[in-house]
Design a protein around this ligand. Sequence first.
Ligand code: NOJ
Length: 764
Amino acid sequence: MKHSFIYLAVCVSVAVACSKQTLQAPVTMKTTNLLDRKVDSVLNLMTLSEKVGQLNQYNGFWDITGPTPKEGQAAKKYDDLKKGLVGSMLNVKGVKDVRALQKIAVEETRLGIPLIFGFDVIHGYKTISPIPLAEAASWDLVAIKKSAAIAAEEAAAVGLNWTFAPMVDVARDARWGRVMEGAGEDPFLGSKIAVARVQGFQGMDLAATNTILACAKHFAGYAFAESGRDYNTVDISESVLQNTIFPPFKAAADAGVRTFMNSFNELNGVPATGSAYLQREILKKDWNFDGFVVSDWGSINEMIPHGFAKDSRHAAELAINAGSDMDMESSAYVDHLVQLVKEGKVKEATINDAARRILKVKFELGLFDDPYKYCDENREKTTVGKQEFHDGVLDVAKKSIVLLKNEKNLLPLQKSGQKIAIIGALAADKTSPLGSWRIAADDNTAVSVVEGMQKYTGNQITYVKGADVAVGRTQFIWETNINMTDKSGFPEAVAAAKKADVVVMVLGEHGLQSGEGRSRANIDLPGVQQELLEEVYKANPNVVLVLNNGRPLALPWADENIPAIVEAWQLGTQSGNAIAQVLYGDYNPSGKLPMTFPRSVGQLPLYYNAKNTGRPTMNEPESVFWSHFIDEKNTPLYPFGHGLSYSKFEYSDLKLSANSFGVNGKIEVSVTLKNNSKIAGKEVVQLYIRDLIGSTTRPIKELKGFEMIELQANESKKVIFTIDEKTIEYFTANRKWEAEAGDFKVFVGGSSATVLESSFQFVK
Ligand code: NOJ
């Protein structure tokens, strides 16, 4: 009943708006104006507290199959829901539950405004894709977009219409557990991937029932937590913010992402949630973002312990005035905003603006036309876990694997006549490959490495655990009583290795050893896995080390001794199949690292696009007075962009179409790529530049282009990149994005450690 009331109100006022529009508005404004008028027609019906209600998001508080909550916080939330004081819910999933709550919003509240349902669909809902960092290693924007589209379709089928993804935080510190959730350390690659993910989730039509809202998070600076400790203080320059951190957010905004999430951290003394600079000045003014900003979980009230707000009421005032539109789970807005408006501390216009943004998105989702459009039991049944989704996540999983090292021709494995020993707890684990953010997926649903390898029946396979990976096994609780020192399985592992032709060791981190709250002070192999690796290697040096991890690890011993190393991250539901297909050469590895792998944790933060310093080298080898460690090299173990193939790619003939270009001009950079092998394969050709002198100091290399090239055996191809003014722009000492005249170097190759280089000038 209520639903039809508001629907009628919308139709009437839109009809008026439309007739006016034909007289006055230019044609291009038509759609926007129509939408805005629809939004206003609803807003005009609302009381102040109902508007505030739209800004309130609650976590699922009630088991809908049980009795309705009668007391405590759940009862208050239930009451708020019925009063129209809730605009969105998170962590409610499944058509039955979503429909039940939507029914309350639509049928029991005065205006019947539908809810939006959000969920962390970070790398899949039930059918799990590789963790985002792994997918970034594919450098394959089509596959990444497809993976997000699969997640969206599956999530939309269970009643959801909003994911809190993609996380587009550029991350340079592998100690930070959430590096697994982003696209790595580079703003250029990160921007391209941000766009692919936004497009994958949101599709071409937000109102379609196989697309969901995306959310660019965490705005901003979250990954720059001091010492990589989650939620820690962030203090960085405007130049780093603009040149490194903002680009993927800006790219997401330009790609039409409809929501942003702010972040837990303070940025230069101001919590991001209370930062008008970030949310009003940069996002809503400079970037013209017209979607809405949701706070992070409880981050409005977290401004109290930050020492920025004196209580929840003060926090609500600071957050809304700073441009944070929706309150996730602090209850600060619903409890205090009406009073704050009455006291004149918050303008009603500010509330209107926030409510308008949220209502607009609800219209875009089509919820005012049909609030139950995401609630189709039949679609839920036929969509979740579709074979097509499994094929899709397998495809991106294979593409995410990075071959770090391959000596002694150990890989690809021969398909018959071999005795293969598989060792390591992670090899048989069917939960860990699902990674950290797969809250809707069931434990034990990933294909393990052992299972994947067993599909190849020509070899004789034995599996021995060897040792546990020390880990707490639940999503939210960290178990500390795990035995980290048990070596009783070593003898059996060593015996199996002795009998084998090749040993495949699957070692690394459990899926829950990275992710939110999972910072590590050591980034080596947890528990006794390093010792196990060394013991097994002594028994049989033909070791293929398959790494499962959510962050770069520092493994200098393995790099020095183990002949073949495969970076296989946490690859999701199809993990074991993807790994087996790569090990046997049915997929020729094509991934490239999206983050630098250090030699030691002490080098962190370590990233390829660093500054040169005033003392990059010293001519006298014995001198101590240059920028280095006395006990470690400066170079990484594996550089950003590194990744091998079973093919052998060679680069030659780097040529520039001219030595200089000016305003509105451009230069073409060409290179010849040859596949000097008998195996067809794919290579990500990477273009870097160096701006030699700037009004502020410039990085020693910056990625500015990449292209995935597929070559048959012995085939060659000329690859061409274009450099123009846009390519060399940065946020200069003038505090604006511009290209500065001067000398540049250009590098092309298969990693950030490329050797082919040339130079050009930009003249103004
Ligand atoms: C906190 C995390 O920081 C954020 O990324 C996530 O979306 C919310 N919790 C909701 O679960």
